[in-house]
Write a protein that binds this ligand. Structure first.
Ligand code: FES
Length: 238
């Protein structure tokens, strides 16, 4: 796919996204999500089309798409299942959750089921440690998982039954979520309960105790930058 062969509809959607930014190159991440929503992965053609549209090199677009793990260079399929096995989730059972899901789906890390319905990935910390162990389905959070609750989610998705994220909207599919990431003004961010008392526990304690963050440094309070230049009087050590 290059800019001259993408559909008129896709070109118009790319322009809608680009128009949101004062500097067009800032649209690169949203455009990658748009392409991923259409293709299920980031293809060489998609990188070329985005580069042409934003007047970037393909190396620059490719660098962004390979740096962020939400961009996939292999087709994901209908549902992306992420299981956090980073430190806190692992300590609280994330490895067992991952193993149970892997066993149920018959696939391992970065593999897609033969029918193309599920893709499994061990994921790094999702900044959701309050509700560890955490699983994501098409990037939506499933908090406080156990092996049996995670397998139950998989079974419901496989049966086509409705599944609600524990704090966000109903689960749709990977392509639909990717489209939301390209066009986040679809109102879904307001669905569910994105923040609860447990997540705000630290803030609540700080307020009760009258704690506050130290004032931001001003120019006069900032420490002078350390010079990285060697003192000319210093002799190199032997
Ligand atoms: S370690 Fe899993 S969400 Fe932080």
């Amino acid at each position: 796919m290059t800019a001259d062969v993408i559909s008129a509809e896709t070109a118009a959607e790319m322009d809608r996204i680009i128009a949101r930014y004062p500097n067009s190159r800032s649209a690169v991440m949203a455009l990658l999500h748009l392409m991923q929503s259409q293709q299920g992965e980031i293809t060489i053609g998609a990188i070329g089309a985005i580069a042409e549209r934003l007047n970037l090199t393909t190396a620059e677009v490719s660098a962004v798409s390979t740096f962020y793990t939400m961009y996939k260079r292999r087709r994901v399929g209908e549902h992306h299942i992420g299981v956090c096995t980073n430190t806190l989730c692992a300590v609280l059972g994330g490895d067992a959750v991952y193993q149970a899901v892997s066993d149920r789906l018959g696939i391992g890390h970065n593999e897609t089921s033969a029918d193309g319905r599920f893709h499994l990935e061990r994921i790094e910390c999702q900044a959701a440690c309050t509700h560890a162990p955490v699983m994501t389905v098409d990037w939506e959070f499933m908090d406080d998982q156990t092996p049996s609750s995670a397998v139950d989610v998989i079974d419901k998705l496989a049966a086509g039954e409705p599944v609600a994220s524990t704090r966000g909207p109903m689960i749709r599919d990977f392509a639909a979520t990717e489209r939301t990431l390209a066009f986040p003004d679809d109102g879904l961010a307001a669905e569910g309960t994105p923040v609860d008392a447990l997540m705000l526990a630290g803030l609540t304690v700080a307020r009760v105790r009258g704690m506050a963050a130290p004032p931001a440094p001003t120019e006069s309070t900032q420490q002078p930058q350390e010079s990285h230049q060697a003192d000319e009087s210093e002799e190199p050590s032997a």
